[in-house]
Design a protein around this ligand. Structure first.
Ligand code: FES
Length: 177
């Protein structure tokens, strides 16, 4: 009877080696990989979701690009090229504007011609005045404008990610200074 009990006990004890023991290890391994995979999926989801709230661009074109001059330093007729932001800061009788330098005809960069006092596109001869209003050539509308904020100390912040199309120039498009 005692020998019978010993055999029973031996049969109930967990195997420490052999195929059964390997089976346990495989199960544990599978469970660990499953948890690791789930963890990785949550990590990726969190990273992806976090990206929605992270600002895509903080500086350079697409972000805020300050003008290199203060608002009160700009005289009527002045045009300042801001390459980082791909815009011209202009001062007309209407006020300050940040004009996107991309021609609205087919996208060439439009240079300011200081002698003529106009923006003159070299590609198909569109011409714009200092407010961006198209006055000659095939351009169908004025140059697009970017949002401007003038700080109390005169710093001009241009949001190059906020570009507005317009049908024609209106005085209220400019920021009064
Ligand atoms: S791209 Fe400027 S006129 Fe055609």
């Amino acid at each position: 009877m005692a020998a019978e009990n010993r055999v029973h006990a031996a049969a109930a004890a967990p195997p420490t080696s052999g195929p059964a023991a390997e089976g346990m290890t495989r199960r544990q391994l599978l469970r660990s990989s499953m948890f690791a995979t789930i963890g990785a999926m949550f990590g990726l989801a969190a990273a992806g979701g976090g990206g929605m709230f992270w600002p895509i661009k903080l500086s350079g074109f697409g972000g805020i690009v300050p003008a290199p001059v203060k608002a009160h330093e700009m005289q009527v007729g002045d045009v300042v090229t801001v390459r980082d932001g791909k815009y011209y800061l202009t001062r007309s009788e209407d006020g300050l504007m940040a004009l996107y330098w991309k021609c609205v005809h087919l996208g060439c960069t439009v240079p300011w011609n200081a002698a003529a006092g106009k923006f003159m596109c070299p590609c198909h001869a569109s011409v714009y005045d200092i407010t961006g209003q198209n006055i000659a050539g095939p351009a169908p509308r004025p140059l697009d404008m970017m949002e401007i904020t003038v700080e109390p100390d005169g710093t001009v912040l241009v949001n190059t990610g906020k570009i507005t199309e317009r049908v024609r120039h209106e005085p209220e498009h400019a920021v009064k200074i």
